[in-house]
Design a protein around this ligand. Structure first.
Ligand SMILES: Cc1cc2nc3c(=O)[nH]c(=O)nc-3n(C[C@H](O)[C@H](O)[C@H](O)COP(=O)(O)O)c2cc1C
Length: 361
């Protein structure tokens, strides 16, 4: 059901959340997704509490935000209650709207620290952390994002959720997989439904494999959850939130953005990166991110090829222009490296599906 969502004292305009995707959901991208419409809440990447409190450069890049990037949840990972409490206080003092504890990350470099989804194996520690963080926050809500459990023999989400609620957590987002599943297999909606049934009154947000408005509706209908969180699909289709909201409120889905509009989103994203990270980082980011945008712009091999060679804003603009010309059938484009392969012969790319870019966790 389309609805607003209240998390503690914070009322969101929609119940559609942009998931944290480390390495992808920085302020530059969040602004693009928000500009497309209907994002109720977005998250920072997962942040290291010590880095936040020391304000080290990388943590500050990841925590960067602006007034339009609102409301924002800052996500922390770790296993030291004091460090997490200090970082939560830092976040509150720096104007974020929610502090979120990561209890879902399956990456070894995180679980080896007894953090992320490893906390699901030690509920007492998880509770201690949450209680400590909750105490350090004065006004803003504390939330948790978690998986179902470590593996099929230890599915704990439905037992843990009411304990987290009692400890003061104001919302829980549940990815319907275990740590062992990583990103394979089916997202288990019936397990998310168990979590919904286990808590007294806090909202549960369902997450996993939403790739269309119909998927979002299925998540809401099958689990009874209060909202949905979308991750990977938003990277190629940041307008998915607008589509889901329209489908839930009117039953219809707006026409997809035109190719020109999609290129305009890429331009906005690149300009945001220029502003926040400078030209060098913008170029490096787009060399890898063009593949995600390309998923919704087929045939697009030429765009991906061109983006691999950009070194400046001017190169980026040229790559977009040439791609649009080529799609309009007006131009034969040479590779920027001048190696000389004629890129005009792209019929083989028509309708082709590109492989999923690598995932960092
Ligand atoms: C590249 C990548 C980075 C991620 N980073 C985070 C993260 O920093 N914090 C977190 O809680 N989950 C993270 N996740 C998990 C997502 O938030 C989400 O739970 C998962 O992708 C399932 O949702 P989806 O099917 O809509 O993508 C990450 C997932 C991917 C693929």
């Amino acid at each position: 059901m389309a609805a607003t969502l209240t998390i503690g004292t914070l009322r969101l305009a929609t119940n559609l959340l942009l998931a944290p995707l480390s390495g992808y959901t920085d302020v530059s991208f969040r602004l693009v997704a928000r500009a497309c419409g209907s994002v109720g809440l977005a998250y920072t990447d997962l942040l290291c509490p010590e880095g936040v409190v020391r304000e080290n450069r990388r943590s500050m890049e990841l925590a960067a935000t602006c007034p339009q990037d609102s409301p924002l949840a800052l996500q922390l990972y770790g296993s030291d209650p004091d460090a997490l409490a200090d970082a939560a206080r830092w976040a509150e003092d720096h104007g974020v709207h929610i502090v979120d504890l990561n209890m879902g990350c399956p990456a070894e470099k995180i679980t080896a620290l007894n953090a992320g989804s490893k906390l699901l194996c030690d509920p007492d520690r998880a509770l201690r952390i949450v209680e400590r963080m909750k105490k350090s926050l004065r006004r803003i809500p504390l939330t948790v994002k978690m998986r179902l459990g470590w593996d099929d023999r230890s599915i704990v989400a439905a037992q843990l959720a009411p304990r987290l609620e009692d400890a003061g957590v104001a919302m829980i987002a549940v990815h319907g997989r275990t740590t062992q599943m990583q990103y394979s297999g089916r997202c288990r909606l019936e397990r998310i439904a168990e979590v919904v049934g286990a808590v007294r009154s806090i909202p549960i947000v369902g997450n996993g494999d939403i790739r269309s408005p119909q998927d979002a509706k299925r998540m809401l209908d099958c689990t009874g959850c209060a909202g949905v969180m979308i991750g990977r699909y938003a990277l190629s289709s940041p307008w998915i939130f607008r589509d889901v909201w329209s489908y839930l409120t009117t039953g219809s889905i707006p026409p997809a953005p035109t190719l020109d509009q999609k290129c305009q989103l890429m331009r906005e994203h690149f300009r945001n990166l220029l502003h926040y990270r400078g030209e060098r980082m913008a170029v490096l980011e787009f060399r890898r991110r063009a593949t995600w945008y390309g998923k919704q712009m087929n045939p697009c091999r030429m765009l991906r090829e061109q983006m691999r060679f950009i070194n400046s804003l001017a190169d980026f603009e040229r790559a977009i222009e040439q791609f649009l010309e080529w799609r309009a059938g007006r131009v034969v484009v040479k590779r920027p490296s001048a190696i000389g392969r004629d890129m005009s012969d792209q019929e083989g790319d028509l309708g082709s599906r590109i492989s999923e870019p690598g995932r960092s966790q």
